[in-house]
Design a protein around this ligand. Structure first.
Ligand code: SF4
Length: 684
């Protein structure tokens, strides 16, 4: 048995794995005791990775219009279509839609190809659905997308507040660390979530906030702390700038947040009594039409009380995907240029110079939801989707499917032969999967770790960065895309962070730019920016952080045709659209089908029986689910999981339901608050 140290394929905790390779496609999975993220721990998904590495179901050869093709023909066709599209319709007629499953090296190459050589900002990522609001909140408050905490802060805090995070299911190893710390030192846990989740069940206090009530709640808590004299005036004076009228404009109350006066009082008492406090927030906060404001409402509280940059303190956004953070670093989002740089003339010139770019983009591109609207209405004619499944994962998935159907050229790079999105593709390119890829990922605490190959590539599959560099070479840009291996791509990315460092940004990997191939191969996990990167100086022009004035959105009138609120989310043992976890028989035991969770009073009102079938309808679509009647739901709200799709269930489900409504700052869709109605499906 050969042991290979690598990183888990799934969530943003980024657990280290010691993989014991026992055969051509077999592996024994153990937690890596030396990895700082997990110290040997794993959750059910990570533990059962070995059940998902079979070549069964893999895409092994390029496919053009349904027939097997060679790489030469497929890449010639992709390049020819790209070239023709750019020449006839301009660079903004093409787009890449990429993924937090890509390694940093893949992301870097995709970003360089689109923004530096094709000349458009049209590269966006499924991470837009995951943490774009947190990125925007960081930029507004700190001047750069920097997470100011580390996992050890969760253990050193006396109070951990979890906002919109079912941590026990969605980031289970962090939950284990938080629970162990509570057992050891008696820290307190508060969960702010409309649902009484498995995490909320185990909290010291569950605040069942109304959907999108978070800004009202955090504003009200901050106002109360100010009244109790708990604002850190000295820290504010030295390190934080506040807009005029900030304190008088703090709108929101317990009532408008949907929280009882008693629970609000308990929350404020806990916050007041525990200065060592971390607020960890995730999809429940980010996936909202007010996601950025939520991130800033949370951050305001920490800045105003000086609870940042000290052990056991800080606002802590947790990412969903294994490499959402790496994508943010290199710039794989439509509204970032590269390496935490923006689109000013000077930054564009510096990046163009660094890349020797032929045709640098001129500004931001289209964010995910806008991008698919542009595909739908024909502004984008060439779309290349890499390692993601937008036909299922984007909101208003029925509209997205129409867009994919209409797209003149749809290229999909995938490890899996049959995905909902791949079914629409004219050109399918076989990409490497976890266990075959070689590169780096960055987890939620800015820790960069190696993902290493365990097995040889199956069939003709290639790494994503290699596929793109071969297309670039065909377009005449071979010199700028001529890396020998992923180590060389990483070195170039690390060298490029000098442009960020020169501007006072925290992102600085220049000490890795000279790594040899061997040093890259052996590279131990490291954290950029250090454990506590922000407190005394922020990467803004004046070195100060910013309080951001945020106000609750006024509730819109309830449409009698859609009287309920639909929330979507995840199960413990499935990952996204199940293209990997769906292969594990053990993981399938946890939940065999998606269940719509309905409060008993709503079940009575709509004459719905437990375990019966219901049809859920929103202005965007309809889907059918079996029902679980449970008082863990607030009355008037329904929850469904997002994993099941046409391919794995024979019927597209949850994401047909949410609308295309997005946060106006971040462009992140609001998956958690859709108007809906529910009706029983009666037996024929
Ligand atoms: Fe993998 Fe996340 Fe589980 Fe760790 S917590 S084993 S990274 S899924």
């Amino acid at each position: 048995m050969r042991t290979v140290r690598t990183t888990c394929a799934y969530c943003g905790v980024g657990c280290g794995i010691a993989a014991g390779v026992t055969g051509e496609r077999s592996v024994q999975i153990k937690g890596d005791g030396a990895h700082p993220a997990n110290a040997g721990k794993l959750c059910s998904k990570g533990t059962h990775l070995g059940e998902t590495v079979s070549p069964e179901g893999r895409l092994l050869h390029p496919v053009i219009a349904g027939r097997t093709a060679g790489w030469g023909e497929a890449l010639d066709l992709v390049s020819a279509r790209l070239k023709a599209c750019i020449e006839e319709h301009g660079p903004d007629s093409v787009a890449f839609y990429v993924s937090g499953q890509l390694l940093t090296e893949d992301y870097y190459v995709a970003n360089k190809l689109m923004k530096g050589f094709i000349g458009s900002g049209n590269i966006d990522t499924n991470s837009r659905l995951c943490m774009a609001s947190a990125v925007a909140a960081h930029n507004r408050a700190f001047g750069e997308d920097v997470v100011p905490c580390s996992y050890t802060d969760l253990e050193e805090a006396d109070l951990v507040v979890l906002v919109g995070s079912n941590t026990a299911w969605c980031h289970p190893v962090l939950w284990q660390r938080i629970e162990e710390s509570r057992a050891r030192r008696g820290s307190k846990i508060v969960v702010i979530d409309p649902r009484r989740t498995e995490t909320a069940e185990q909290a010291d206090l569950h605040v069942a906030v109304a959907p999108d009530g978070d800004v009202a709640l955090f504003n009200a808590v901050l106002r109360e702390l100010k009244a109790r004299g708990l604002v850190d005036e000295a820290y504010l004076a030295q390190h934080v700038a506040a807009p005029e009228g900030f304190w008088d404009g703090l709108e929101g109350s317990a009532e408008s947040a949907g929280v009882s006066p008693e629970v609000f009082e308990q929350l404020v008492d806990l916050v007041a009594a525990h200065p060592k406090m971390v607020t960890m927030f995730s999809m429940g906060a980010n996936q909202s039409a007010q996601g950025t404001d939520k991130g800033n409402a949370i951050t305001n509280l920490h800045l105003a009380t000086g609870r940042i940059g000290l052990p056991g303190t800080g606002p802590f956004s947790i990412t969903g995907q294994p490499n959402a953070m790496g994508g943010r670093e290199v710039g794989g989002l439509a509204n970032m240029l590269a390496c935490h740089l923006g689109f000013s003339g000077e930054e564009l010139a510096e990046v163009a110079d660094f890349w020797a770019a032929e045709r640098i983009c001129t500004g931001p591109g289209l964010k995910a939801v806008e991008m698919f609207r542009a595909v739908h209405d024909g502004r984008i004619k060439f779309l290349w989707v890499m390692a993601t499944n937008p036909a299922v994962s984007l909101p208003d998935a029925g509209f997205v499917r129409e867009a994919l159907e209409r797209c003149e050229t749809l290229v999909v790079s995938e490890a899996i032969a049959d995905t909902d999105t791949g079914r629409f593709a004219e050109i399918l390119l076989p990409a490497l999967a976890w266990g075959e890829k070689d590169g780096t990922v960055t987890n939620s605490e800015r820790r960069v770790s190696r993902q290493r190959a365990l097995f040889a590539a199956p069939g003709q599959a290639k790494s994503d960065w290699k596929i793109m560099s071969e297309v670039a070479a065909r377009l005449g840009w071979g010199d700028a895309f001529a890396w020998a291996n992923s180590a060389a791509v990483f070195r170039e990315y690390a060298a490029m962070t000098a442009l960020a460092a020169k501007r006072g940004k925290v992102l600085d990997l220049t000490d890795k730019a000279g790594l040899s191939d061997e040093e890259y191969e052996d590279m131990a996990p490291f954290q950029w920016g250090g454990a506590l990167p922000l407190r005394e100086r922020y990467p803004t022009a004046d070195g100060k952080a910013r309080l951001i004035a945020v106000a609750p959105i006024a509730a819109s009138a309830v449409d009698p045709a859609f009287p309920l609120i639909l929330n979507t989310g995840r199960y413990r043992d499935q990952w996204h659209t199940m293209t990997r976890t769906g292969w594990s028989p053990t993981l399938a035991q946890h939940r065999r089908e998606p269940l719509a969770e309905v409060h008993p009073a709503d079940a009575a009102l709509y004459d719905i029986a437990d375990a019966g079938l219901v049809k859920i309808t929103t202005p965007s679509g309809t889907a059918t689910f079996r029902v679980k009647v449970t008082d863990s739901q607030r009355r008037g709200e329904v929850f469904v999981p997002m994993h099941w799709t046409d391919v794995n269930a024979g019927e597209g489900r949850a994401n047909r339901l949410p609308s295309q409504r997005v946060d106006p700052v971040s462009g992140q869709p609001g998956f958690k608050n859709s108007p809906a109605r529910i009706e029983a499906v009666l037996p024929e």
